[in-house]
Every structure is written in C-alpha cells, then in structure tokens.
Design a protein around this ligand. Sequence first.
Ligand code: FAS
Ligand code: PHB
Length: 390
Amino acid sequence: MKTKVCIIGGGPSGLLLSQLLHLKGIDNVVLERQSREYVLSRIRAGVLEHGFAELMREAQCGERMDREGEIHEGFFIAHDGRMDRVDLHRYSGGSSVVVYGQTELTRDLYEARERMNGRVIHHVEDVKLHELTGDAPYVTYRSGDEIVRVDCDYVIGADGFHGVSRKSIPRGVLREYERVYPFGWLGVLSRTKPVSPELIYARHERGFALCSLRSQVLSRYYIQVPLSDKVEEWSDEAFWDELRRRLPEEVSQRLITGASIEKSIAPLRSFVAEPMRHGRLFLAGDAAHIVPPTGARGLNSAASDIYYLYHAMLGHYLDGDDSGLDGYSAKALARVWKAQRFSWWMTMMLHTFPDSIDYDRKLQDTDLAYLFSSEAALRSLAENYVGLPF
Ligand code: FAS
Ligand code: PHB
C-alpha cells in the first residue's frame, strides 16, 4: 500500500487530520487498532474550544455540532457553599466554548471519512514504524496472518498515550516530563436533566466535583476519588450521595439522579514528550501530551497540533515549503505547555491533596479569592479556557 501520509490512530486527532488532508487532495490512510464501535464507546471530552469547533467546520464536519452542540458563555466555580460565575464571554473578549461530546464529534468524523471513501483500516495489529530518519519511511501491521506494508512520505503518531508511535522514538532522543496526581476522577453519564445550564466546578473539603452535560437530557458528573478506589466499589446511589455532599445546598437539592449508563475512573496525570517530531514521524494529541481534565484542555490541545500539522503538510505538498514541518515541534510544544500550566493550575486550586498542609489550603482559598476580586485574573482564566490563539 502507498500513501502520502500514514496516520496511526483513529481517534479525534487522527480522523480530523485525515479529513482535512483529504479535502485538500493529500492522500492518507488511518490505521486504527480497535473497531469503530469500541472507539465510539469511550466517554471522554465534553468541551470544545472555539478553535476546535472552527477546525471541525473547516473539515466539513461541523453541521451536527452546530445543530446539537451548546454554546456556553460561562461556567461556575462552587466553593465555601456558594457559586461564583466566570463570565467567559465578557472576560475573553466575546468568545465562548461549545459543549459537544468527543464521542459525537468522533462519530461525525468517521461518517465523513466513510462518505468520502477515506481509508480507515480497523483491527490493525502489531503496528511498527520503520526508516523514520530516512527519506522513505514505512509502516507495517498485521492483519490476521498477513503482514501489510504501507509506504509513505510521513507518519503521524495520533495513537494516544498508550500508542506505539512515541515509543518508536529512541530513548536518547525523547525527553518526557510527568506529574502524576494522587487521585482520579470517577465519572458518571446519566440520562437525566443536567443540574445546571452551565458547568459547575466544585471545590469542597471532601474533594473536587464537576457537573457537566452532553445535552439537556444527558448529564456528565465527576467526583475526585483516591487512586486506590475501584469503580465496582461505587454504587450509583453512593455516587449521587457523595456528589450532593460536595455541591452547594441550592444545587444539590435540585439534582436529578438516575441510573449510570457509563461509570469509570480516570487517573489524572500531566505529561509532555519532547520533541514532537523525529525524522518523518510527527506526534499529535495524547501521543505527545496529557493533562488532568480540570481545565478541559485534553482534546483541545490535540486541536492545535492538528492545525499546525495540517498547514505544514499544505505548505509541503502545495507550495514546496517545509518551514511548517521544520517548525512544528517547537510551535506545538509552546501551546501545549501553556495548556499544561493552565490544567495544572486549575487542578491545584480545586482538588484536595492527601498530603496538603494548612498553608497549602490557605493558598487555595487565596487563589479563589484573588480570582474573583481581579478582572486581570478572570481574563487570564477566560482566555485559557476558551483557547489561546493557534
Ligand atoms: P485517543 O487516545 O483518543 O485516540 C488514539 C487512538 O489510537 C485510539 O483509538 C487507539 O485505539 C488507537 N491506537 C492506540 N495504539 C495504537 C496502535 N498501536 N495502532 C493503531 N491504533 C492505535 N479531555 C478533555 O478535554 N476533557 C475531558 O473530560 C477528558 N476526559 C478524558 C477521560 C479519559 C478516561 C481519557 C483517557 C481522556 C480524557 N480526555 C479528556 C482527553 C481525551 O479527550 C484526549 O485528549 C483525546 O482522546 C485525544 O485524542 P487522540 O489524540 O486522538 O487520542
Ligand atoms: C466533560 O463534560 O466531560 C468535562 C467538561 C469539562 C472538563 C472536564 C470534563 O473540564
């Protein structure tokens, strides 16, 4: 098999790049380990930055997002029994975010790839990357008993944190930066009316909680739990009781509960791998970086990687200009690290830490007090949350 760009990973990063390149006539193939159904069964991000939404529209995949997604111009931070609103529209200079589940946007991307006869190959096994530092890289994978070879110009590693691409960069070349948090998020999806029209990030001495949504009939809730917790230890009733304890009275009393249709615990980590390029291999999305979801930056960090890679490939194939490719890693990492900082800051401010001392808790109190007493602080939060410029 021969193509211009071989994309490893059929998650949102890989599919979005594949769709954008296709629309510009740049041939590509996506290799995905799992089935489409499995990929779509994973419940993940819910908040899209303005830039991500724009990319989806440019990829001709924004129609259902614009019809079913919700524009959100603010969110609440609940603390000390009260609710303070962050007016994103006011403090970001008129911007907003789109609440539209990653599952749905990934479905839209799959359907567009299929509609345009894109090559997305599922159930690939033992993917290996070859000759990355030469002029003729290639990828092999096993399909049943057959080994398939894909000759290409470039390989895009969009295969997530546990993928093969980052691990194909020699140890001596790759530098990794990581912080693992001493807790996880227990998430529940329920077919219930959301407790609030806008998201609520709750700081509470029992632990962090988040009230989010996917639509007006589908709610997404999270509570911070110790890393030692197992999801099977949490009944729906125990979850709802603990969530109520962490919300202000005015909110908890109107919480509508129901059976969980998805329940899982996600560990929290901050992670960056540098560089994001090695020869003809370019890393994008979770393959290169992970953030704690407190700042809703995970999927949105992938968006700027894809934007830079897309324009770099246009430069190469349409204009013979390789400056975008040569500058990709530094440019992507500059924005990645700003998303890392913001996600870390939101996480440190809103969670309880088992080893924290009174001084730490006073600093958290002060962070919140300063935030809601300073326009400059609110502008800083808002510009990061709606998405810094690409
Ligand atoms: P993905 O991991 O989504 O996709 C990578 C794809 O590559 C997968 O389909 C995988 O099957 C495939 N793959 C892996 N190895 C392969 C191989 N060797 N060969 C072929 N294919 C291979 N972000 C937010 O903004 N908000 C959130 O609330 C949020 N919650 C999250 C909860 C969880 C449990 C997790 C894990 C992540 C969450 N994220 C959240 C972050 C998440 O949304 C990611 O940012 C997003 O999935 C990144 O997309 P991709 O880079 O495409 O990686
Ligand atoms: C979600 O809806 O899943 C969600 C929203 C905002 C976050 C994290 C998760 O910061």
